[in-house]
Design a protein around this ligand. Structure first.
Ligand SMILES: [Zn+2]
Length: 485
């Protein structure tokens, strides 16, 4: 079977065929760096890490470009509001670029912890302003954009295929557009490619139309074009950005450069909390850093992979705890295999019956991955395989070193290289996180102090923890802890 992917452009699952044999160019909309990454971000970037890893497993040379949005993303996501980075800079009383730098580092720190392989290129929007001005100029020359009051707007009605990705019709757009009227636009449907900077706006660049800054959609168009050329194979991102962001990226790129933009649009569904989208602007988010104080990073990765990327993932503490148990069950068999391997005599022939078991599970696993990266199914295959391994290790059969090596190899390839959840080195102290274990110890000592009515010790523990930013919460079911926000 060949790899099939669900393409949002055609709304169909299609056989994946790259433009150049053996090479895949992939662009994924990166984070807007104005806060710590949350679980919604974990889902996007773990999703495309799986795409990246699996394509490499299949033998493709992948060039993965994922931008850093450090300018131009407004609080309204479309054409209204304040720049998100500038707003955060004002709150924290620092330079906007300090905000961008700080949260870019934080983002990579989280992604490294989650074993997300780094993109090949992480271009920043602020480093590509000349290219964005050029895009605006091309669009004006070709009659698809116009200048108004120092801003450049793309004329949506001049581009008949606008709406081809999101499936939105011009009439539907008119309904929504009536709500936000911008006097600079000729038509409320139009969107900004370049925006004039108001007095006091810090991030500004000189342009033929006066000082301003690029529109959010423009940055992805120019960076994809610059590093991948047009057309390129895969454009990825979160489904919530399909409109207006992705739709506008396609329109302005195809209009300006006269070429098709991206072949396959792979978009992941959102993370929800009680059925509502998790988002920074909604305030119902949990940061990756917060989860990692309570859980192993691999648990979070396992949790994300337990649902298909095109399904929603409902985030609850219970689901996360269930994932922790599931993950522990999976790695316990890997650990058992490796322990036996260490103690085994060298050599011996491969157990033919178990060679069949290995091949059968490998085929099933790859079939799941070929079916639009079906990671929950792939994990189910790993659990089935582990059941076979457990019964082999618990049987009286002689298990040769060669057989054990083949089992461990399969875990390393499927669970390690492709899914990124089984590290080469498994250590017991990091399974649940050293912090978690230390906090459990401290909470236990405090409970003992309280039991013997030693309130002074109990209060000191609470106060000292508070001083370093750890909050204890006493509940009927016991004491929990969290990092103060
Ligand atoms: Zn983008």
């Amino acid at each position: 079977m060949a790899l099939q992917v669900f393409n949002y452009l055609t709304r169909r699952q299609e056989v994946f065929r790259p433009i150049s044999e053996g090479f895949v160019g992939m662009y994924v909309c990166g984070p807007t760096v104005y806060g710590h990454a949350h679980i919604g971000h974990a889902k996007v970037y773990i999703t495309f890490d799986i795409v990246h890893r699996y394509l490499e497993y299949l033998g493709y040379r992948v060039r993965y470009v994922q931008n850093i949005t450090d300018v131009g993303h407004l609080t309204g996501d479309a054409d209204e509001g304040e720049d998100k980075i500038a707003q955060q800079a004002r709150k924290e009383r620092v330079e906007p670029m300090e905000i961008a730098e700080f949260y870019t580092r934080s983002y990579f720190e989280d992604m490294d912890a989650l074993n997300v392989l780094r993109p090949d290129i992480s271009p920043r929007a602020s480093g590509h302003v000349p290219e964005q001005i050029e895009l605006a100029q091309l669009l004006i020359e070709k009659g698809y954009a116009y200048v108004s009051n120092g801003s450049v707007f793309f004329s949506v009605r001049s581009w008949p295929s606008y709406g081809k990705l999101s499936g939105r019709k011009i009439e539907e757009l008119e309904e929504g557009a009536r709500l936000a009227v911008n006097p600079d636009k000729r038509d409320p449907l139009d969107f900004a490619v370049w925006r004039a900077a108001k007095p006091g706006h810090i991030m500004r660049w000189k342009s033929p139309w006066g000082e301003g800054f690029p529109g959010w959609h423009a940055e992805c168009s120019v960076m994809a074009m610059k590093y991948l050329g047009l057309p390129f194979d895969i454009h990825g991102g979160g489904l919530e950005n399909i409109f207006p962001h992705n739709e506008s990226e396609i329109a302005q790129s195809e209009a300006a450069y006269g070429k098709e933009f991206a072949r396959y649009w792979i978009l992941n569904n959102m993370v929800t909390v009680n059925g509502v989208k998790m988002g920074k602007s909604l305030g119902n988010f949990t940061t990756i850093k917060d989860v990692l104080t309570r859980h192993n990073a691999m648990t979070l990765r396992f949790f994300i992979l337990s649902s298909h990327y095109r399904s929603t993932t409902d985030f609850t503490e219970e689901a996360l705890s269930a994932a922790a148990r599931g993950y522990e069950r999976l790695v316990s068999t890997v650990r058992l295999t490796r322990d036996r391997l260490k103690r085994s005599e060298p050599g011996g022939s491969m157990d033919p019956a178990f060679a069949d078991v290995i091949n059968h599970h490998k085929d099933r696993f790859l079939a799941a991955m070929d079916d639009d990266f079906n990671t929950p199914q792939a994990l189910a295959v790993l659990f089935d395989f582990s059941r076979e391994v457990n019964s082999l290790l618990n049987s009286d059969r002689l298990v040769t070193r060669t057989t054990l090596e083949a089992v461990d190899d399969l875990y390393r390839t499927l669970g390690g290289a492709i899914l990124g959840i089984i590290p080469d080195q498994l250590s017991t102290s990091t399974e649940r996180g050293l912090e978690t274990q230390l906090m459990e110890l401290i909470i236990k000592l405090r409970a003992e102090a309280r039991a013997r009515k030693d309130w002074a010790t109990a209060d000191t523990i609470r106060a000292e923890l508070a001083r370093i930013g750890v909050v204890l919460e006493d509940r009927p079911e016991g004491t929990t802890w969290r990092i103060a926000q």
